[in-house]
Design a protein around this ligand. Structure first.
Ligand SMILES: *[C@@H]1O[C@H](CO)[C@@H](O)[C@H](O)[C@H]1NC(C)=O
Ligand SMILES: *[C@@H]1O[C@H](CO)[C@@H](O)[C@H](O)[C@H]1NC(C)=O
Ligand SMILES: *[C@@H]1O[C@H](CO)[C@@H](O)[C@H](O)[C@H]1NC(C)=O
Length: 220
């Protein structure tokens, strides 16, 4: 009986979260300890600011997609060279260097707020619209995948024609930008050339959901 109550509470928490439409304003995305982002929506909820810190002096990136893969992802990449921030709004058609939106009829919809670099880390703060403003953008709404990555070196070229090396570490995590404040990826990272992992949290919740269903059926 006690287990049933615990299951009921757990299931209510899981499903309650999915159905709660409370629109929160900010959150933190923590990955494997090498890449963290703090996001904050504007007061009118039309734009969102990301403050990304990665343990590298090379490039840092963040992407948004309906799946945890690069293909179809709206990706922003940035690096700091001699205190100057290079940042661009790009799109990846596949597992390859994302190309600036401006190269395929889109617009650059991200703007740097600030950027700084230490001997071991890079912090970039940028703002973008919540909505998709051209065909190469994905809206930030509800539950979507955030892709994260960083490389060991800066890129070269400007925002209209950037070139940068492949990521050193990367991963993906599903975030609900409406209801969930914090997300931590456990074991979701990969290194260059490896297989991108799945979010540990999502897997755990998935298993617990199956457990819930089985428990529910077996008590019918
Ligand atoms: C939704 O979340 C808010 C804030 O966490 C909470 O106050 C409210 O009771 C929740 N509503 C439902 C239906 O779960
Ligand atoms: C971004 O995050 C860094 C590290 O947490 C912090 O020092 C900095 O003040 C933040 N910048 C903004 C504009 O929020
Ligand atoms: C989210 O994470 C940040 C940083 O780890 C922490 O300071 C904050 O209290 C967390 N918020 C919630 C609602 O758990």
């Amino acid at each position: 009986m006690r287990w049933l109550i615990l299951f009921a509470i757990f299931c209510a928490l899981v499903f309650g979260d999915a159905s709660n439409s409370t629109d929160i304003n900010s959150g933190t995305i923590t990955t494997d300890g090498t890449w963290t982002a703090v996001w904050t929506k504007s007061a009118d909820k039309t734009s969102i600011t990301f403050n990304i810190t990665a343990q590298t002096t090379g490039w840092v990136g963040i992407g948004f997609n309906s799946v945890g893969l690069m293909g179809g992802a709206d990706i922003t990449t940035s690096w700091i060279t001699n205190n100057a921030v290079t940042i661009f709004d790009a799109y990846a058609t596949m597992e390859a260097q994302p190309q600036p939106d401006t190269k395929s009829g889109g617009s650059n919809d991200v703007s740097a707020v600030s950027g700084s670099e230490s001997a071991t880390s890079t912090t970039v703060v940028f703002t973008r619209p919540m909505a998709a403003t051209d065909k190469n953008d994905n809206a930030i709404q509800g539950k979507i995948y955030v892709l994260w990555a960083w490389g060991t070196q800066d890129g070269v070229g400007d925002a209209s024609s950037p070139q940068f090396p492949q990521h050193e570490r990367y991963g993906s995590v599903q975030i609900n930008f409406g209801t969930r404040n914090n997300a931590t990826v456990v074991g979701s990272s990969g290194t260059s050339g490896g297989q991108r992992g799945t979010a540990g949290k999502t897997l755990t919740v998935g298993w617990m959901l199956i457990f819930c269903l089985v428990a529910g059926i077996s008590t019918m």
